[in-house]
Write a protein that binds this ligand. Structure first.
Ligand code: 3HC
Length: 301
């Protein structure tokens, strides 16, 4: 059965090469997924070769883990490893790509610049997908020559195991682009849903409401560990473990977007702002204990 609102996938264009802008953790997880499921060349690009190579090394290491677990054989591991590469020069890397996805810093101006740069080097039919978790697809596409090929393609952490894919249609997105997005989502073995181009779409809007309230509970004096223990057996991950998985900066950005759009319903935690300003990536250390610096930032008035 076709997902509600999704176009007929017979309009979909083939995807024979994938470009990924960014080589951070999200981008690298995407590269792994595309290589494994589509079995086409995937190029990760970043500002310098070292970062791009780090993304490739992540994919190789994850493929080695799958091999060690007996999930894939040596032949497949070699084949998949050979399909992923890293580059800095988008022109060379993306010239023959038909699907480019960006997973760079969550900031509208950065994403617009990325798409404007990519548009100069790809064919007019090449899909420009964004893994944005909260920003407007319509606005991101607005200044492009071909805004009709821009689509939201939002994955969830950890990408390898979370089944959902939010596909977002902007005002200009055409049927062929949407069809290609749905066909690709299917090939990636994700459950695709068509969502409206609105702040944080569906999942992060719901999750943002939950994270915003649990942030308030902690700001009112409940220890993080108590708030987390309160969810044992109720949610698959306690809220501050989830917040650490997603990254405090992304979570804060999501809450800020939602507070901007719906000021009466969302709360931006000052403690979370302090934690992000201090560039803390997680609430708990590797030993499972609350990071003492995070604890101090939670208590600071
Ligand atoms: N990366 C890759 N694979 C992972 C992983 C990771 N970080 N964490 C777990 N896995 C894999 C494990 O290897 C295991 O695979 P296997 O069965 O093949 O060995 C499988 O997932 C299950 O893992 P576990 O049994 O160790 O652990 P759990 O039963 O606790 O499941 C979980 C792990 C599926 C991640 C579960 O805790 C969960 O669903 N957590 C909630 C995650 C969530 O809500 N994500 C959405 C965040 S919002 C978001 O991403 C939006 C963005 O825009 C901010």
């Amino acid at each position: 059965k076709r997902p509600a609102g999704a176009p007929d996938t017979s309009l979909a264009r083939p995807v024979t090469k994938v470009g990924i802008v960014g080589a951070g953790l999200m981008a690298s997880q995407l590269a792994l997924l595309f290589v494994r499921r589509l079995e086409v060349p995937v190029v990760l690009t970043d500002l310098d070769q070292e970062r791009a190579d780090k993304g490739v090394a992540y994919v190789h290491a994850e493929i080695d883990k799958l091999l060690a677990k007996g999930r894939i054989n040596q032949d497949k591991a070699n084949r998949h490893k050979a399909l992923v590469s890293g580059a800095t020069d988008k022109q060379g890397a993306f010239g023959d790509a038909d699907f480019v996805i960006e997973a760079v810093f969550e900031e509208m101006s950065v994403k617009k610049t990325v798409f404007a740069d990519v548009e100069k080097v790809v064919s007019p039919e090449c899909v420009l997908a964004t893994n944005t978790s909260s920003l407007s697809i319509t606005e991101m596409a607005a200044d492009l020559e071909h805004p009709e090929r821009v689509v939201g393609f939002h994955f969830f952490n950890p990408v390898a195991v979370m089944p959902l894919l939010e596909i977002v249609r902007g005002d200009a997105t055409d049927d062929a682009t949407l069809a290609t997005a749905f066909a690709t989502g299917k090939a990636l073995k994700k459950t695709s849903i068509l969502v409206k181009d609105s702040p944080s779409f569906i999942v992060n809007r719901l999750l943002g409401r939950f994270m915003s309230e649990v942030g308030r509970i902690v700001d009112e004096g409940t220890p993080v560990q108590v708030a987390d223990n309160a969810f044992a057996g109720i949610a698959p991950m306690p809220p501050f473990v989830l917040l650490s998985l997603v990254g405090p900066a992304i979570a804060l950005h999501n809450n800020e977007t939602l507070k901007g759009a719906f000021p009466d319903r969302f709360y931006v935690s000052p403690a979370l702002e302090r934690i992000v300003a201090a560039r803390k990536g997680a609430y708990y250390g590797p030993d499972g204990a609350l990071d003492p610096e995070v604890e101090a930032m939670l208590e600071k008035p």
